[in-house]
Write a protein that binds this ligand. Structure first.
Ligand SMILES: *[C@@H]1O[C@H](CO)[C@@H](O)[C@H](O)[C@H]1NC(C)=O
Ligand SMILES: *[C@@H]1O[C@H](CO)[C@@H](O)[C@H](O)[C@H]1NC(C)=O
Ligand SMILES: *[C@@H]1O[C@H](CO)[C@@H](O)[C@H](O)[C@H]1NC(C)=O
Length: 135
């Protein structure tokens, strides 16, 4: 009786993929044509104080943007105390816009909120303050 082992199947599949060159070609093309772009967040910065309910432009530096970017669609995520939350403040915008309007969420007052700008990969803002509901 033949023993079915999923790990052997996966190993065989990966071996076929790498030896056939099927995987190598697209990866090479991808590296030639696309560049990873991780734009630094300019605002909010460490001295920023926002109030819940306000609208602000989050801004970032697009001056080093390569011609071909892997993922041009941006997302602004939200975190505090070093922990990223599932809260998304903005998404679906062009990472080359250099700014996107967000509404400051209703949160407790803290001085260690931060944003993460995603396109190709995440880029963190410094910790900043939101004055919200008194804790
Ligand atoms: C950008 O992509 C286009 C089309 O894929 C390609 O022709 C061009 O050489 C690329 N430019 C750079 C700088 O990688
Ligand atoms: C965000 O920037 C845009 C373009 O400069 C401007 O029209 C808009 O009023 C700004 N929003 C805020 C909240 O400052
Ligand atoms: C932001 O605040 C957290 C704790 O609240 C801290 O662990 C982290 O080091 C701070 N980050 C920076 C860049 O200061």
């Amino acid at each position: 009786m033949t023993t079915f082992n999923i790990f052997n199947v996966i190993a065989a599949f990966l071996f076929t993929l790498f030896t056939s060159g099927v995987a190598a070609l697209p990866i090479e093309n991808y590296l030639q044509k696309r560049d990873v772009f991780v734009p630094p967040i300019l605002y909010p910065h460490a001295d920023t104080v926002w109030f819940s309910g306000q609208t602000h432009n989050v801004t970032w530096d697009t001056s080093d943007a390569p011609v071909n970017i892997t993922n041009k669609v941006g997302t602004v995520a939200f975190g505090f105390s070093g922990i990223e939350t599932p809260l998304i403040l903005a998404n679906g915008f062009d990472i080359l816009d250099g700014r996107v309007e967000v509404i400051v969420p209703e949160v407790f007052t803290r001085d260690d909120y931060f944003l993460i700008l995603f396109g190709d990969s995440g880029n963190f803002s410094p910790n900043f303050t939101i004055n919200g509901v008194a804790e």
